[in-house]
Design a protein around this ligand. Structure first.
Ligand code: PRP
Length: 179
């Protein structure tokens, strides 16, 4: 498993420290607002579950799954809904929780889709921001770490559904995905 990684980019400790900081900031910004935190499955599941434990004010949770058409390592820009929210977000403050923002197409779709439901506000919290790959004008409101254009896996991020459970974020060796 670890043999497939070129190097560790963010250790367990680095992630935990940053998640605590984000949790403290969100707790401050959303005090008294009873926001809904939305986990975008599957990649953000580890980040989401650690982040919400650091929130010290009342919140609700919900889950959504989307997938981009096309396969492999390149996103096509088209997104489809796989699982919708269970709850209404009308007049609610919404925080979309993502593991990574890459081209930005997934978030563009999500924001447009959720805005149509008349929430009080929508903000985005992402663990990783791969800004150099952006194809649309979009800046997440809360960012764990900025990353360069590496193929990153672990802490929720996958390659072909593997490595999601790895507790660190690492760079996958090119020979693994060019096989
Ligand atoms: C990943 C990630 C984001 C999206 C970002 O999800 O979780 O949702 O890609 O890419 P973009 O900015 O180029 O749209 P993916 O579709 O791989 O699904 P997963 O979360 O189930 O791994």
């Amino acid at each position: 498993m670890y043999n497939d990684l070129e190097r560790i980019l963010f250790s367990k400790e680095q992630i935990a420290t940053r998640v605590k900081e984000l949790g403290a900031q969100l707790s401050k910004d959303y005090a008294g607002k009873n926001p809904i935190f939305i986990c975008i499955l599957k990649g953000s599941v580890l980040f989401f579950s650690d982040l919400i434990k650091e929130i010290t004010v009342p919140i609700n949770l919900d889950f959504m799954a989307v997938s981009s058409y096309g396969s492999g390592t390149v996103s096509s820009g088209e997104v489809k809904m796989v699982k919708d929210l269970d709850s209404s977000i009308e007049n609610r403050h919404v925080i979309i929780v993502e593991d990574i923002v890459d081209t930005g197409h997934t978030l563009t779709y999500l924001i447009k889709n959720l805005k149509a439901r008349m929430p009080a506000s929508i903000k985005v919290c992402t663990l990783l921001d791969k800004e150099c790959r952006r194809e649309v004008d979009l800046t997440p409101d809360y960012i764990g770490f900025k990353v360069d254009n590496y193929f990153v896996v672990g802490y929720g991020l996958d390659y072909d559904e593997a490595y999601r459970h790895v507790p660190e974020v690492g760079v996958l060796k090119p020979e693994v995905y060019t096989k």
